[in-house]
Ligand binder design. Sequence first.
Ligand code: UDP
Length: 254
Amino acid sequence: MKSVKDLMMRQPDEIKGEKLYEGKAKALYRTPVDGVMLMEFKDDATAFDGKKKGTIVEKGYFNAKISAILLRYLEECGIQTHFIDQMAERYHLVSELDMLSVEVVMRNIAAGSLARRLGFEEGQVMAYPILEFYYKDDALSDPWLNASHIKAMDLATDDEVLCLEEKGRQVNEYLQRFLQPRGLQLVDFKLEFGRDSEGVLILGDEITPDTCRFWDVGSGDKLDKDRFRQDLGDVEDAYKEVLRRVSQEVPLCG
Ligand code: UDP
């Protein structure tokens, strides 16, 4: 097998090589093609630093589709991503990246840890989208970072930090333009980036209701992992509804 086309003609199990990573929500495997990885979307879910564990039926199926649609859309907007193609129902072929240990969180509306930490009412609209960095380290519970921590800890260069800020804000604009006309308010979300073989920063990971907060524009109903975190019920229905909405063909606004 020499190319992505060859990989696409097989079943995921036939091209699964060494498992490089397995978390609750995803697993990552090598494939026979250099630089191409297989990402599996799983049904398992965790919250509160892994203290709450569970399964969301068909989550892997919904998330693989949702993330494929949103990453393809971002590519069309000119944001380079690791996404190559979707395979079977729960798999993406993705480009190999050297992932940064930094998460980029963008926030348009106060919720979650922002509301807890700074005393905002949940639902308060931010006068300016907030960009935050977090250190990916389970043992430290993914602490908050600023640019000088990133520099001191050598997690990314100054230019890369600028690039993360620029891309985080661009992705926020593009996603809101896509989601708003589909009745989804983008409250906040997390992105992860990695370096390609030339050292260029590329958007990796996933964009799903596991990693974003989506509220229904009309009712404010939560259509994301908060339904699992907060035991709100109808968790699967929320993921299914997000897939239905992002699959709709509607004109872009703005
Ligand atoms: N998030 C994520 N992975 C993490 C932490 C946060 O995908 O390890 C997402 C989360 O789903 C939300 C946003 O980033 O959309 C902001 O999360 P927050 O800091 O409010 O943390 P939480 O309330 O989830 O503990």
